[in-house]
Design a binder for this molecule. Structure first.
Ligand code: FAD
Length: 565
């Protein structure tokens, strides 16, 4: 029912927009059919990306309410938490992906394997690039009533030179390339023409970044070298191989509870995975890494590490599309992600027309503004000049409670603010001057509003938006955004988004660590089974669950396949 006739009407498509490109239309075959004419008036919902956020929307959306079009350069959903396992053959690549068309068809939508390159916000036109049969890139406009940006993020290069000598781990193709490179190095190391020094270099594996992805990759690599190397590569001695993790902070897994990051470090020390903390990569060359490290006296020294493989896994940055959108909107000042309000609407875009979810976005709660407003009114109530007021800890608590009542979505942040206030005002009997407190609030507001770039967050935001879109469709059935004066319909029909942190977990090589809201847990085999069951349960379909179970059983019985793909 939803059809995009760019190719069918290729001879004479309607053109328009600022670039005078062909405009794709939603076609209705039979105007006499009442069912079709109802569809004609359904709002056009365009969802960008086939990742965690977008899939959560598709799975929550009422299929009948919108003309849904999903645009993504890849036609699968990737289960990223298990991607490190696919780099060494613990799991097969196909077990981690689900064809997106199966998920889109559930929402009775239309899928376009193409890339969004720009958005004309005032005309509600999305510019899409697609490669035609002749291998040429063609651009066209896709009109929307509502647009959801769920395009994720790219790897953050941190301005380091020589990243062309690194591997990345974001997509299924990256995992395949890593697997082949690791195998290629092992094969090369066995050649009679390879010198001892070259052999050690080829077998030196470096991970730059001690976050969950880097740590999990190092753990998977270590498992593979320990469990399968001896059988397939008896000529390679285990002590010729080295695995190094370079981390800029004082600990690996530094967003987890401290006890857990220490447990992970102890585990790596036991497994002879070298962890280089307080170290920053300066340059990656073909055969070595240059990095600076702070020594015990706090002095910085530059060191070299010969390597045959380097994984670059040091956080995320904005995609080109998001940068382009941010450049068009004056209020978008955040360099790392697109800012939305608490209803996940893109700040600065026409109200209720563009939403951003997942890694490409950040929610602005403006908790500091609310608190300052309440503090000011409290001062006036007491007949004091706010700028000269001193605030005690109980007064602060009172203000925080009032803000919480009015903005329940800020409750998580307020709890964290309480903690910070306590730290700042250690004896809790002292006071803070209004100006001082304001300064503190502004400093920490950015920390409070940035939610983690995780699948968990993208999934929750996708589910939230799916539910809200359902409610919006019920509130104004069959009408497009142009036909109805929405006002602030979003606020009228649904609450603001509230993130619930359910915990973090990471695999660290035949053991795992869990951090559930202050409750931390780490351990061996039992923890690994728990880790597996959490992801097994979250896996997107019965098909992928069966494939995962088969891969784990196959590995247990026969080991990993030590060959190139
Ligand atoms: P993504 O899932 O990245 O999806 C973005 C989608 O947008 C992709 O389909 C992409 O092809 C598409 N796209 C990109 N550009 C365009 C464009 N211009 N036009 C149209 N489509 C576009 N999180 C956890 O919570 N737990 C974990 O254990 C965990 N492990 C991870 C391990 C690895 C190796 C990686 C890489 C990430 C991991 N994450 C984990 C993070 C998690 O994967 C991300 O936070 C999550 O994928 C973000 O979801 P998203 O929907 O915002 O974007």
């Amino acid at each position: 029912y939803t059809d995009i006739p760019v190719s069918e009407n290729a001879l004479e498509p309607r053109r328009g927009g600022p670039k005078n490109l062909p405009i794709a239309e939603v076609l209705v075959d039979d105007d006499d059919c009442p069912e079709n004419s109802r569809q004609k008036h359904k709002p056009k919902l365009v969802i960008l990306g086939s990742g965690w956020g977008s899939v959560a929307i598709l799975k929550t959306l009422n299929p009948e309410d919108y003309h849904v079009t999903v645009v993504s350069p890849v036609n699968y959903f990737l289960f990223t938490p298990m991607l490190p396992s696919a780099t060494v053959g613990t799991l097969e690549l196909r077990s981690l992906v689900e064809p997106i068309r199966l998920i889109v068809s559930r929402a009775k939508g239309h899928f376009l394997k193409a890339e969004a390159v720009d958005v004309e916000l005032s005309e509600k036109l999305l510019e899409v690039a697609q490669t035609n049969a002749q291998g040429e890139e063609c651009h066209f406009y896709l009109p929307y009533d509502k647009l959801v940006l769920g395009v994720g993020a790219t790897t953050n290069p941190h301005g380091v030179k020589g990243l062309e000598n690194c591997h990345f781990l974001k997509d299924i193709e990256d995992a395949r390339l890593i697997r082949n490179k690791v195998m290629q190095n092992l094969e090369q190391a066995c050649m009679p023409t390879t010198s001892d020094e070259e052999r050690r270099r080829l077998l030196s594996f470096v991970v730059s970044g001690g976050g969950p992805t880097g740590v999990e990759f190092a753990a998977e690599l270590f498992d593979m070298l320990n469990e399968d190397l001896g059988r397939s590569f008896p000529k390679i001695l285990r002590n010729e191989i080295s695995v190094h993790v370079i981390q800029s902070r004082g600990h690996i897994l530094n967003t987890y509870d401290e006890a857990l990051s220490k447990f992970a470090e102890a585990r790596f020390a036991h497994d002879q995975v070298e962890v280089l903390t307080n170290s920053r990569v300066k340059e990656v060359q073909k055969d070595k890494i240059l990095f600076s490290q702070k020594d015990e006296n706090g002095e910085t020294v530059t060191k070299e590490l010969p390597m045959g493989f380097c994984l670059w896994s040091t956080g995320v940055a904005q995609t080109e599309l998001c940068k382009r959108i941010a450049n068009k909107i004056e209020v978008q000042t955040n360099k790392h992600a697109l800012e939305t309000d608490t209803h996940l609407r893109l700040n600065g875009a026409p109200l209720g027309s563009v939403y951003a979810i997942g890694d490409c976005s950040t929610v602005q709660n403006n908790v500091a503004d609310h608190l300052v407003h309440f503090l000011r009114s409290m001062a006036w109530e007491k007949g004091k000049d706010p700028e000269k007021m001193e605030i005690t800890f109980p007064e602060w608590r009172d203000v925080a409670q009032r803000v919480k009542k009015r903005f329940p979505q800020a409750s998580d942040h307020l709890r964290r603010l309480d903690k910070l206030f306590e730290q700042y005002d250690k004896d809790q009997n002292g006071t803070l001057a209004f100006g001082e407190l304001h300064e503190l609030l502004l400093q920490i507001d950015s920390k409070l509003t940035s939610l983690p770039a995780t699948a968990q967050r993208a999934h929750q935001q996708g589910q939230y938006l799916g539910r809200k879109l359902n409610k919006l469709a019920q509130a104004a059935p069959g009408m497009t955004a142009n036909e109805v004066d929405y006002g602030d319909l979003d606020e009228a029909v649904y609450k603001a988004f509230e993130y619930h942190h359910l915990g973090s977990l990471a695999y660290i090589g035949n053991s795992a660590v869990f951090d559930f809201n202050g409750l931390s847990f780490s351990g061996g085999l039992m923890a690994v089974y728990l880790w597996r069951s959490v992801y097994f349960a979250q896996s997107v379909s019965l098909r992928t669950r069966i494939l995962l179970a088969m891969d784990w059983s196959k590995r247990a019985l026969f080991g990993r396949d030590m060959m190139n793909y």
